[in-house]
Design a protein around this ligand. Structure first.
Ligand code: MN
Length: 136
């Protein structure tokens, strides 16, 4: 089955590592980090029901939502609904996850800074209970 979205801005890239995602996501690194900067830019497509693990970014992250419907949640806070045109500014060292709703894809561009600690520190998966609770 061809799951490529013909309206997508970018090619959907490679399957995201199952160690850090529940469900299926696709990652296209648009701008790799190099010696000229501390940031990398990627386009991520989450299929319905997919979310990444709880994680932090030592130097923060910016998400630009380009398609679909999803959620962003910081630990201990209510989830924020995401749709096309939304911008999420994630402070450094703030535990959070992002992903699609149960029945829609979510596509976002992620601009991720890094420090000597790296760009992301992966934590526990978002449980079904945690994920279901944001679909109130
Ligand atoms: Mn993140």
């Amino acid at each position: 089955m061809n799951t490529e979205n013909e309206n997508a801005i970018f090619h959907k890239g490679e399957k995201a590592p199952a160690d850090y995602f529940t469900g299926t996501a696709w990652v296209n690194i648009l701008v790799p980090k190099d010696e000229t900067g501390t940031y990398a830019v990627g386009d991520i497509v989450f299929e319905p029901g997919c979310r990444n693990n709880w994680h932090t970014h030592p130097a923060g992250q910016i998400l630009l939502i380009t398609d679909g419907q999803g959620f962003y949640q910081e630990k201990g806070k209510s989830a924020r609904s995401l749709s096309k045109g939304d911008v999420v500014v994630i402070p450094s060292n703030t535990e959070h996850w992002h992903g699609a709703t149960r029945d829609r894809n979510l596509t976002h561009i992620a601009i991720t800074n890094s420090t000597a600690e790296g760009a992301v520190i992966w934590l526990a998966p978002v449980t079904d209970e945690e994920y279901n609770s944001v679909h109130a």
